[in-house]
Design a protein around this ligand. Structure first.
Ligand code: NAD
Length: 487
């Protein structure tokens, strides 16, 4: 079996314990992973804390930091095929998707490489004649970055890129499900030449997560995962009072009006819900479709869902791969059963594929007669689309906002003024109009409500890893008068 190691303080090391990682395509163990405990986490945070003030990192110019990030971007690009193959092997995400995504991950590092020497302070026109006052933007300190199994290289790039550009140091915890691509990425960090301790990468479960998020030397926690874990993290941060940014899940509405280009909308809906086998935080998992086109639109979706090629994730022709874990497969099946019991109708799919591996087919549930079905409220994190119809624009908006989440949304219409009204009315961090799932390093990404808070991507994300230092400098040569002598 393959063996992977942690990367702590510039060296590769075994974990205190190990565990076996399963290949989601077969369910068989294929690699031995290190499992971090609280002691491993403490070593990593201590190294990051030391590196934060070291001459090698704190004394490095912002431009030099940018060059290091650029070197890392080039290495990611050069090693993209290996990283993609490992992500596919360890998480089941299909090779078509991992290859395309990793090529784009390099662009995130490039974007933040370019930003490193553009994080500027400012000067204040202060209301005192003998004072100069300015603001320095300084790195916040040690960042604890925690990611889930899906898109780990991408989800860590949107944390590492801005944190390093700002001058922070990082302890990155990969998910215990499918950590291989990030443990391999550590080799590129090493090759790029970051000073020891600036980037530390380990893997482990809740124990490591708790130790990391409550560690007294952590200043900022950047988390992507589910809302339940986020609650634990916020509680843990009561110990160190670290700042948190939380990118959580969603139940994102995908709204189709009768005047939309139905073929285009159907293609966007299929990739919006079935890409990554539905294991995507922005999955357009609630289809709201105008009643007049519902049957026609559903017929297109059903045909496309049933034609999707389900198979081994490492084959280029595969369109739907396995879920990452058996746990995820079983959870999805149970939630579908509850939704059918609540009155939802099965349009297609609905049952795990029998045989080896954690496969689940594209599934569509028509909830027109089941407004209280759990599938309309709870995130599946799987290839399951729940459908509701509406008659008027007002109803569409009301349904769209009927969720505790607020991450993404999609609107398909050719009516420009209606599009603007929907953009204004939808409560979500992202509105895509006549498109879905577009992302860029230049554009902020995030949500509110149960979808979390804070934004990744763009300039604001780099500023989020800084703190402001206010400097007062007295310009007068007159001595400061003795305060205890009356004048
Ligand atoms: P999860 O919350 O179970 O796990 C995420 C990470 O948290 C893992 O690394 C895990 O080891 C760690 N963790 C677990 N317990 C912890 C604790 N007590 N303290 C600290 N860390 C702990 O999430 P998951 O089930 O692996 O991933 C799916 C979730 O992630 C979904 O809800 C999905 O929507 C969300 N997600 C969000 C985004 C986004 O950008 N908004 C992107 C991808 C996934």
């Amino acid at each position: 079996m393959d063996r992977f190691q942690h990367y702590i303080d510039g060296s590769f090391a075994d974990g205190t314990a190990t565990f076996e990682s399963l290949d989601p395509a077969t369910g068989a163990a294929w690699a031995v992973m290190p499992l971090a405990d609280a002691a491993d986490v403490d070593r990593a945070v201590t190294a990051a804390h030391r590196a934060f003030t070291s001459a090698a990192w704190a004394g490095m110019t912002a431009s030099a930091r940018g060059k290091l990030l650029m070197r890392l971007a080039d290495l990611v690009q050069a090693h993209a095929p290996r990283l993609a193959a490992l992500e596919t092997r360890d998480t089941g995400k299909i090779i078509r998707e991992t290859s395309a995504q990793i090529a784009y991950v390099a662009e995130y590092y490039r974007y933040y490489a370019g930003l490193a020497d553009k994080i500027e302070g400012s000067h204040l026109p202060i209301d005192k004649p003998d004072m100069e006052v300015w603001l320095r933007r300084e790195p916040v300190g040690v960042v604890a970055a925690i990611v889930p199994w899906n898109s780990q290289l991408f989800l860590s790039a949107v944390k590492l890129g801005p944190a390093l550009a700002a001058g922070c140091t990082v302890v990155l915890k990969a998910s215990e499900d499918g950590p291989a691509p990030l443990l391999q990425f550590a080799r590129l960090v090493h090759e790029a030449g970051f000073p020891p301790g600036v980037i530390n990468i380990l893997t482990g479960g809740p124990e490591a997560g708790r130790a990391l998020t409550s560690h007294p030397k952590v200043a900022h926690i950047a988390f992507t995962g589910g809302p339940d874990t986020a609650r634990h993290i916020v509680r843990a941060s009561a110990e160190n009072l670290a700042k948190t940014s939380l990118e959580l899940g969603g139940k994102s509405p995908f709204i189709v009006f009768e005047d939309a280009d139905l073929e285009s909308a159907a293609n966007a809906q299929v990739s919006g819900i079935f890409a990554a086998t539905g294991q995507s935080c922005v999955a357009g998992s609630r289809l709201l479709v105008q009643r007049s086109v519902k049957e026609a639109f559903l017929a297109r979706l059903k045909a496309k869902a049933e034609a999707a090629h389900i198979g081994a994730p490492d084959r280029m022709e595969t369109e739907i791969g396995p879920l990452c874990t058996a746990r995820q497969r079983d959870r999805i099946e149970a939630l579908i059963a509850q939704s059918l019991a609540a009155g939802a109708n099965l349009v297609t799919g609905g049952h795990a594929v029998s045989g080896a591996g954690f496969y689940f087919p594209p599934t569509i549930l028509d909830c027109t007669d089941a407004p209280d079905a759990p599938c309309l409220r709870q995130e599946f994190f799987g290839p399951v689309l729940s459908v509701v119809s509406f008659d008027t624009e007002e109803q569409a908006l009301e349904l769209a906002n009927e969720t505790e989440f607020g991450l993404a949304s999609g609107v398909f219409t050719r009516n420009l003024t209606r599009a603007h009204r929907m953009i204004r009315g939808i409560r979500a961090g992202i509105v895509w109009v006549n498109t879905y799932r577009a992302v860029s390093p230049i554009a902020p990404f995030g949500g509110h409500g149960l979808s979390g808070h804070g934004r990744e991507g763009g300039l604001a994300a780099a500023l989020d890893y800084t703190t402001i230092k206010t400097v007062w400098l007295r310009t007068s040569d007159d001595p400061i008068p003795d305060p205890f002598v009356m004048r």
